[in-house]
Write a protein that binds this ligand. Structure first.
Ligand SMILES: Cc1cc2nc3c(=O)[nH]c(=O)nc-3n(C[C@H](O)[C@H](O)[C@H](O)COP(=O)(O)OP(=O)(O)OC[C@H]3O[C@@H](n4cnc5c(N)ncnc54)[C@H](O)[C@@H]3O)c2cc1C
Length: 360
């Protein structure tokens, strides 16, 4: 039997995509959620997995399990490669998926500022695999420091460099300091984990540059009290397997963690759309893609200004709120059975308190 229901395809099952799918639970529509992974990852706790405080299963849940009771939702594990907006098709690795409405919530990825070769030495923290890679590197460095007889090599193994003083870098530096000074302090005999150097490098003049300066000061002092060396106004010029180069000196280190930058998913290329400096699609006020009123772009992959004209930050509550906004807009056109949608509720843009206050 032919299915003549309106088809809403959602690309990405992160914070935005999942929320968008759930917002359509009462819609008389077929909802297809496509993600390249079979699990949703709670990214705010990735640093805990990276420092062995949590296991991967504590922060990842199967997408189809989350949506199992939503009868109108189908989950496909697929990597999306492009969009044919004219034919209304999502191009994925194993074929094409047609849509009437499309929500793109494909998030963001690491950016090495045109030095992708550094990725091999300085993993970023975005996915579960990144967290387990970093965890392995950290724990192996302590193990190898216990084995070596060479003092210089031991110090190199016990030197941890975190590049980028934003929220992720600050969290990682603090967590590694805890591991070295507390968790592992009594576990080794030939080396003392408390001798570990944890160096946080930030190109700008303060850590947490998007937060108020007094918070940056507070965080810097707290990190320094826990033994982290904080170096601001410091630019990394190269990374390799043995360490990092700064403008005027070198730091030998086995473990380098990249927390310096993100860029949006390739959604803008898929759509041929204009972007901001971070590669995010500049969407209309109703979150639709330029010239494509049936395509909505949300979350970390969308460039949106709040009512004060400030960019909405890339944080989970913003992605969720955009998901609800876009779905309420698209549901106006859908044969929706929910009382909420029948009431014609309509949110325009992103609320001012969200964009102003919720910065991680
Ligand atoms: C380490 C870290 C810590 C953070 N801490 C906080 C915090 O404390 N508080 C906070 O509010 N925010 C935090 N954030 C930011 C927050 O996680 C993001 O703003 C939020 O995840 C954005 O939601 P999203 O739906 O836009 O994208 P994501 O949640 O990133 O979801 C994107 C989804 O798209 C899928 N995808 C991407 N490309 C494709 C493709 N080609 N084909 C198929 N699927 C694809 C991905 O697999 C992923 O599931 C943190 C982020 C990181 C990395």
């Amino acid at each position: 039997m032919a299915n003549d229901k309106v088809k809403v395809v959602i690309v990405g099952a992160g914070f935005g995509g999942l929320e968008a799918a759930k917002a359509l639970r009462h819609a008389d529509a077929e909802v297809v959620v496509i993600d390249r992974h079979n699990h949703h990852c709670f990214q705010p706790l990735l640093y805990q997995v990276a420092t062995a405080a949590l296991s991967p299963a504590d922060i990842a849940w199967p997408i189809r399990h989350i949506l199992r009771s939503q009868r109108n939702a189908t989950v496909l594990m697929e990597k999306v490669l492009g969009i044919d907006a004219e034919e209304r098709l999502v191009r994925a690795e194993s074929g094409e998926v047609p849509y009437d409405y499309l929500v793109i919530a494909a998030g963001a990825q690491h950016s090495y500022f045109s030095h992708d070769e550094w990725a091999a030495y300085a993993p970023g923290l975005k996915r579960i695999e990144d967290a387990t890679t970093i965890r392995r590197k950290i724990l192996t460095a302590f193990e190898r420091a216990e084995l070596t007889q060479d003092n210089n090599e031991q110090q190199r193994l016990l030197t941890f460099v975190i590049v980028g003083g934003g929220a992720t870098g600050v969290e990682m530096a603090g967590a590694i300091a805890d591991v070295a000074r507390q968790t592992l302090a009594a576990d080794f005999r030939r080396t003392d984990p408390r001798r570990a150097r944890i160096i946080l490098i930030e190109a700008g003049s303060r850590v947490l540059p998007t937060f108020p300066p007094r918070l940056s000061d507070y965080v810097r002092k707290t990190l320094e009290r826990s033994g982290v060396e904080v170096r601001t106004d410091t630019l990394v010029t190269d990374c390799d397997a043995q360490g990092v180069d700064l403008k005027n000196r070198r730091i030998d280190s086995e473990t380098i963690i990249w927390a310096a930058g993100v860029t949006a998913s390739p959604a803008a290329q898929w759509l041929g759309a204009e972007t901001d400096a971070s590669g995010r699609v500049k969407v209309a006020k109703d979150l639709s893609a330029p010239d494509n009123p049936n395509i909505f772009v949300i979350g970390d992959t969308a460039s949106v200004l709040d009512e004060q004209g400030r960019p909405v930050p890339g944080i989970a509550p913003a992605a969720k709120q955009m998901a609800n906004t876009s779905q309420k807009l698209s549901m106006r056109a859908l044969p929706d059975r929910s009382s909420r949608a029948r009431s014609g509720m309509y949110i325009s843009g992103i609320s001012q308190p969200l964009a102003a206050g919720l910065r991680w």
